[in-house]
Unconditional design. Sequence first.
Lengths: 287, 155
Amino acid sequence: MIPRAFEYHAPTSVAEAASLLDQHGDSAKLLAGGHSLLPLMKLRLAQPEVVIDLAKISDLSYIRQSNGGLSIGAMTTYADIESSADVQSLAPALAETAGMVADRQVRNMGTIGGSLAHSDPAGDLPAIILALGAQMVTSSSGAHRTIAADDFFVDLFTTALQPNEILNEIQIPALPSGTGTAYAKFGNKASHYAIVGIAAVLTASGGKCQSVRIGITGAGAKATRATSVENALTGASLDGATIKAAAQLASDGIDFNEDVHASAEYRAHLTRLYTERVLLEAASRAG
Amino acid sequence: MTVTITVEVNGESYTNDVEPRLLLTHYIREVLNLTGTHVGCDTSNCGACTIILDGKAVKSCTVLAVRANGGKVTTIEGLAKKNGELHPLQDAFWEKHGLQCGFCTPGMIMSAYDLLSNNPNPSEQDIREGMSGNLCRCTGYHNIVKAIEYAAQKM
Ligand SMILES: Cc1cc2nc3c(=O)[nH]c(=O)nc-3n(C[C@H](O)[C@H](O)[C@H](O)COP(=O)(O)OP(=O)(O)OC[C@H]3O[C@@H](n4cnc5c(N)ncnc54)[C@H](O)[C@@H]3O)c2cc1C
Ligand code: FES
Ligand code: FES
């Protein structure tokens, strides 16, 4: 399968990429790892006239500590995130999530920025990005803005990014001491895409939940937070029965996907079950 | 529109004018005539097209040839020594019967090469997880795992 012919640009700076986007408008697509875009182009479900490859922009691939948290360049691959000692220590479940995406070859190419910008309903990263309360930093010609994770995922394959905007950096805030992070998914056996994936970031003190953020992916059209579970658990004791009861609320308010892999009912069940599992894991890691 | 690319493949430098839409796998097979790299699914799933690009295993059916410009590629043809002596992984697939029809084998070996470069002493579980991007319709995988374990001991 061969993509439709296109004009190719490999800018070496974000400013140059932004001006190419301005010039070509809707007919252009940014190319990151290509592991969502190229399969779509090969099937001709996507037929951009212009492809703007971000790979030659050297300052988009990095992992840095900043104010006790992390700044991660949009072109950083899953493989680099998975193996980064900084991510493993400052946001352990982000490293684990990256390691659960697809397979080795896909993780060598796929990027955090591409994954978030694509907002695939079965993508893994959106859940942990929501749970961590990350911030997305974007650039367009002459402008920068920051979008909170809660506002970033808008709908099926749709984010708050404007057509002329490039996602540059993902900022992960410092986690308070006593915080545990966890991600678990029920994945498709062949592709590993999340049929349902749940992430939790939980801060505990004296056996009680101080605060918790839960991100859900795979279940509905876009990744969302499980706010009713978060509300039920905040201030509550972190015993198994309380966690189990709170997790029952995880399927509230979600319009579940239904496909060849799982019925809506089964996805709802998996959502509750995996929420309980990641909460137990995050609570035990919170120590 | 064509773009001029220079790529080092198996230690030799090649310069070609290519269409931007040319996939790396077609560049390797049809422009360079290195047909050891196979196309199985053409949908990014099977790993038959796996090659090493700048030190990492990638599915070459899902990479543009222009992306390899200025980079280094190793294909299955680049593993054996010039005198014909097989790479330990090639030898291990032979010794442990890690193939039947052989269609998936080049991709299996290139993935295993990447796996062993990062993890020289993998457990059976590491091998099964590390090779999950490669599908085989014949062997049932057991002998592939044994071959990689055998190669790890020899390397
Ligand atoms: C076989 C297979 C299995 C997979 N399994 C999984 C899985 O288990 N879990 C999972 O989460 N994903 C999975 N994926 C998808 C994979 O993670 C993709 O890499 C990811 O969805 C997209 O990232 P990318 O870097 O490849 O982006 P690309 O494919 O290059 O781009 C995707 C989209 O995002 C836009 N974009 C990219 N970067 C930016 C940016 N910096 N700013 C603005 N827009 C941008 C592009 O224009 C494009 O529209 C799988 C893919 C394959 C081929
Ligand atoms: S041919 Fe590339 S993954 Fe199957
Ligand atoms: S040996 Fe035939 S596909 Fe693997």
